[in-house]
Design a protein around this ligand. Structure first.
Ligand code: AMP
Ligand code: FE
Ligand code: FE
Ligand code: ZN
Length: 292
C-alpha cells in the first residue's frame, strides 16, 4: 500500500471476540465489521493474541484492513487500567510470559468467584465452561453468562451491576502488572500502547498528570477518547492531556458482540491517527486487503 492511500472506510480499533469475552468468533466479528462499512478493524481481545490469524484471514476475504491488537490488563493500586496495544510482536517472550501469567490468574480467580457465588446460588464451574470457548481469556463476563443461563439474572449487564459487582461480596481481583511495566513490554515488542477508556469514572478519578508523564516517558502513544463510557468532563481533560504530552487520540466501540450494547463503528479513529499508529508499530504488520 502506498503511504497516502486511504482506507476503505472508518476505523474501529477496539473489539473483543470469543478469544476473550466477546460473543462472536474472530471471523464473524470481521464479517460484521465489513458489513458495518468499516475499512479497518483491530481485534483487541483481553491478554491474548490467539484470534489474530483467523481475523486476518477473514479481513483479506472481506477486503478490509486488519490491525492486530490486544487489551492488556494492568493495575495501579486498586484501579484496573486497560492498555490497548497494537502491532507488537506476538512472539515476544517477555510479553507472552506476562499475558500467560495474567490469564492463569484470571482462571484461578474466576474459579474462586464461582465457588463463592455457589454458596448462595446454584452455579458451578461447568456452567462457566459451557459459556467459554476453550483457551479463551476467562473473565467475569463468562460467569455473568452462566448466571444468565441458570436464570439468576436476565442479562450479562445486570449480572455486572448485581452479583458480580465488587460491593456485593463475591468479587475477587486477579494478578495484573503495573501500567508502566505493560507500556515498557509493549514498546520492547515493537508495539504501540494506548490507554483504553481512561475517563470512565469522570475527570477527577482519571490518571494524574505525574503518573501519565511516567507512562509517556516509557513510550505511551495515545489515549482512547471516543468511547461510550468516558464522561464528557473526562473527555475535555483527555484533550488537554493529549495536547500537553503529544499523545494521539483514538475512538472505538469496544464491541463485545451480544455481551454489551456497544455497536461496531459507534466511535471511530481518524485515518491520520491510524496511519500514525501504523508508522509507529514495528513488531507486526497490518494486513491490507489484496487490492488496496
Ligand atoms: P473482568 O476483567 O473479568 O473483571 O471483567 C470486566 C470485563 O467485562 C471488562 O472488560 C468489560 O468490558 C467486560 N464486560 C463484558 N460485557 C459486559 C457488560 N455487559 N457489562 C459490564 N462489563 C462487561
Ligand atoms: Fe471486555
Ligand atoms: Fe477495557
Ligand atoms: Zn475492551
Amino acid at each position: 500500500m502506498s503511504g497516502d492511500t486511504l482506507f476503505r472506510g472508518p476505523s474501529d480499533l477496539h473489539t473483543h471476540s470469543r478469544v476473550s469475552d466477546g460473543t462472536e468468533s474472530p471471523s464473524r466479528l470481521v464479517r460484521e465489521a465489513a458489513a458495518a462499512g468499516l475499512g479497518v478493524v483491530a481485534l483487541t481481545d483481553h491478554d491474548s493474541t490467539a484470534g489474530w490469524h483467523e481475523a486476518a484471514g477473514e479481513a483479506q476475504k472481506q477486503n478490509i484492513t486488519f490491525l492486530p491488537g490486544m487489551e492488556f490488563s494492568t493495575r495501579y493500586g486498586y484501579k484496573s487500567v486497560h492498555l490497548l496495544a497494537y502491532l507488537f510482536d506476538p512472539l515476544s517472550a517477555e510479553l507472552v510470559a506476562e499475558t500467560a501469567r495474567i490469564r492463569e490468574s484470571r482462571l484461578k480467580r474466576a474459579e474462586s468467584i464461582v465457588r463463592r457465588i455457589g454458596v448462595d446460588y446454584a452455579l458451578d464451574w461447568d456452567d462457566v465452561l459451557a459459556q467459554t470457548t476453550p483457551g479463551a481469556t476467562v473473565g467475569r463476563p463468562h460467569i455473568a453468562d452462566a448466571l444468565v443461563a441458570r436464570g439468576h439474572v436476565p442479562t450479562r449487564s445486570e449480572a455486572f451491576t448485581g452479583i458480580l459487582h465488587p460491593r456485593n461480596g463475591y468479587y475477587l481481583p486477579h494478578y495484573a502488572p503495573d501500567p508502566l511495566l505493560a507500556v515498557t513490554l509493549v514498546r520492547r515488542a515493537g508495539g504501540v500502547p494506548v490507554i483504553a477508556h481512561p475517563a470512565t469514572r469522570g475527570r477527577d478519578a482519571m490518571i494524574d498528570e505525574q503518573h501519565l508523564a511516567k507512562l509517556v516517558d516509557a513510550g505511551l502513544f495515545g489515549l482512547e477518547i471516543d468511547h461510550r463510557e468516558n464522561t464528557d468532563d473526562g473527555k475535555v481533560r483527555l484533550r488537554e492531556l493529549a495536547k500537553k504530552f503529544g499523545l494521539v487520540l483514538t475512538g472505538s466501540s469496544d464491541y463485545h458482540g451480544a455481551g454489551k450494547p456497544n455497536r461496531l463503528g459507534e466511535n471511530t479513529t481518524t485515518d491520520a491517527v491510524v496511519q500514525a499508529i501504523i508508522a509507529e508499530g514495528t513488531g507486526s504488520q497490518p494486513v491490507y486487503p489484496p487490492e488496496l
